[in-house]
Design a protein around this ligand. Structure first.
Ligand code: DAH
Length: 341
């Protein structure tokens, strides 16, 4: 077979394959087969040495022509393929601009989060740092180092979720106090918000999982006056400048003396209403001077340092501030409820 015939046959085969190519990928395969570096046309060129020297220019011209022809066929086919793909796309992606738009649902902050951010803002403004501790905690930190001995009723298995006899789900954020004191960097001014767990039945004011915010200040010469001044300021910032506070003696194992703080009812101003159940006061938090035993167990010399601590229920604040009368609403995640805040 002479060169001319071989070229014609090659062009013919290329044309057929190009016609059959139904996608850009198939077309590319054809390009590689005929025009590629290891393609048929290149192979043909390599066999030029078999051609008589005087015929070579002519045969070379024919090869170039064949190449140009195949390239042109490919270009035409490529354009046709692109056009039909585009047409298909336009058909399948019709946009009806008259349809009503899909509403995008943007979430927003939960009442608990709003209340927490408010509390954090107040204490950070007073120079406190915000720290965290583990939710799965050692009984040692949750109880022992907080001066709660083995036989104390607070350790009752009925109230606390134990994982084994050494590990539990923390029943309060107070263990973060012990962890922070053990780090040994004094003075300390911290709040520690977080989730706590108690084996309680769910009702309007109880949940097996809720949140507390712990507070701790340790420095030289800290007195009960510092505690009162700080918490009074906190109450005013949170509930309004008219808010009065009252400290009632109480007992917590890790503080001595201990107190509970009430705020004057921000609904009636203290006259007594349904909100404060007629008393004019609302109980808000537990607090006290850090017990010397706790300081000692956490590596701080009670002769050199003193401090105060407090614990607030976050849900309690959210419920009061937003006048929500059932705690369960905070956990049901009903957007009709949540989007009101
Ligand atoms: N941990 C206490 C509770 O869960 C609250 C509390 C009271 C924390 C007094 C304190 C404190 O730091 O000083 O009931």
């Amino acid at each position: 077979m002479d060169m001319k015939e071989r070229l014609q046959r090659l062009s013919e085969n290329a044309r057929r394959q190009i016609e059959l190519a139904t996608s850009p990928e198939k077309l590319n395969e054809a390009r590689i087969t005929y025009l590629g570096k290891k393609g048929e046309l290149t192979a043909l060129l390599k066999s030029m040495k078999e051609v008589a020297p005087e015929d070579r220019p002519k045969v070379g011209q024919m090869v170039n022509q064949a190449r140009a022809q195949i390239e042109e066929m490919m270009e035409i086919s490529r354009r046709q393929l692109e056009e039909s793909i585009r047409a298909e796309q336009l058909k399948s992606e019709v946009i009806d601009v008259t349809l009503p738009a899909k509403k995008s649902l943007i979430g927003h902050r939960h009442p608990n989060t709003i209340a927490l951010e408010e509390v954090e803002r107040i204490f950070v403004g007073m120079g406190y740092e915000v720290v965290e501790g583990p939710e799965v905690e050692y009984a040692d930190y949750n109880f022992t180092k907080l001066n709660i001995p083995e036989d104390h009723p607070a350790r009752d298995e009925q109230d606390t979720f134990f994982i084994n006899d050494r590990i539990l789900l923390r029943s309060q954020t107070s263990p973060v106090q012990a962890r922070k004191m053990e780090e040994g960097h004094l003075p300390i001014r911290m709040i520690a918000p977080g989730r706590v767990f108690r084996s309680d039945e769910v009702d309007a004011t109880h949940s097996p999982s809720f949140h507390q915010i712990e507070g701790l200040v340790i420095d030289r010469h800290i007195t009960f006056a510092d505690l009162k001044g700080t918490l009074q300021e906190f109450a005013r910032e949170l509930f309004g400048p008219e808010t009065r506070t009252k400290f009632r003696p109480h007992h917590f194992p890790f503080t001595e003396p201990s107190a509970e703080m009430d705020v004057s009812c921000f609904k009636c101003g203290g006259k007594g209403c349904r909100f404060c159940k007629g008393s004019g006061w609302i109980e808000i938090l537990g607090c006290g001077m850090v017990h010397p035993n706790v300081l000692t167990m956490c590596g701080i010399d009670p002769e050199q340092y003193t401090g105060f601590a407090f614990g607030v229920g976050l849900e309690r604040i959210a419920l009061l501030k937003y006048e929500i009368d059932d705690m369960r609403l905070l956990y049901e995640n009903d957007t009709r409820f949540l989007k009101q805040f």
